[in-house]
Write a protein that binds this ligand. Structure first.
Ligand code: ADP
Length: 244
């Protein structure tokens, strides 16, 4: 069957991994499409009804369908794998993958962690994906900034009760008001060569499936703060939910 080739490069961050994954998807669709195109063209040129060629087209359509089934399963954010994990350990795990980037780009990282936060239930791979998306966005927004700083703050939310927060604040380019409104729209991307426009959309889906929410404040030319609010309790038993 069709396989998406994901080749691992050196120093590759999870979000770059995702870009490669998307390229793999296009590649995987292009092959059956070109077979279908050639068969259809041949029938048109020869003005014939050819059963064999039609069968090629049908089986290629079915191949695409099977492939898309697999893709949509991996885009299913509702089936989370819960585990108890330390938020700060997760943040440090994510920051570690960007260590060389921070050094190269002279980006200062300010950790303002509230040490009294307890371990929480989460799908740690998906939350890793969220934090990695956000930090990658901050790094990219810092490209032209003189002050290059990312502040990561954690703590207990005052409102609503029973929630903790993770704030990622950068001194980057910031966003215009209208871009801020489109931020969570799938495929909205601006000012990037290789943007997919899926990072914020996917992050919002994952956070909301954890019973939390994302808020973004941004000022053009000043910077951006992304705040994630998540329930402290076991979501399945006593966690409160923004969606309910
Ligand atoms: P992508 O990064 O692939 O473009 P995202 O969904 O992660 O997709 O982000 C969408 C767009 O929102 C980005 O292209 C960028 O213009 C803007 N954006 C996201 N985060 C920030 C940030 N921290 N600072 C400035 N702009 C941002």
């Amino acid at each position: 069957g069709a396989v998406v080739a994901v080749k691992k490069k050196k120093n590759e961050s999870p979000t770059e991994h995702f870009d490669i994954f998307l390229k793999g998807i296009s590649h995987e669709l292009r092959n059956p499409l070109s077979g279908m195109k050639a068969s259809a063209k041949l029938m048109l040129t020869l003005k014939i009804f050819d059963e064999e060629l039609l069968e090629v087209i049908l089986s290629e359509i079915e191949r695409i369908e099977r492939f898309l089934d697999r893709i949509s399963k991996s885009f299913d954010f509702t089936s989370l794998e819960w585990c108890k994990y330390n938020v700060h350990r997760l943040l440090n795990d994510v920051l570690k993958t960007f260590k060389t980037v921070f050094e190269e780009k002279k980006i200062e990282i300010d950790r303002r962690f509230d040490p009294s936060l307890p371990e929480v239930y989460m799908d740690k791979d998906r939350m890793f994906q969220v934090l990695s998306n956000l930090i990658k966005n901050s790094i990219e927004a810092l490209e032209k900034s003189k002050i290059r700083k990312i502040t990561i703050e954690t703590g207990y939310a005052i409102q609503p009760k029973g929630f903790y927060f993770i704030k990622i604040k950068d001194t980057g380019s910031g966003m215009e008001k209208e871009d801020l409104e489109n931020l969570f729209t799938p495929f909205f991307t601006k000012g990037k060569e290789k943007g997919t426009g899926l990072g914020m959309y996917i992050s919002k889906e994952i956070v909301s499936n954890h019973g939390g929410k994302i808020e973004v404040q941004s000022e053009k030319g000043k910077g951006t703060t992304v705040s994630i609010y998540l329930p402290i309790g076991d979501l399945k038993n006593n966690g409160k939910n923004f969606n309910s």
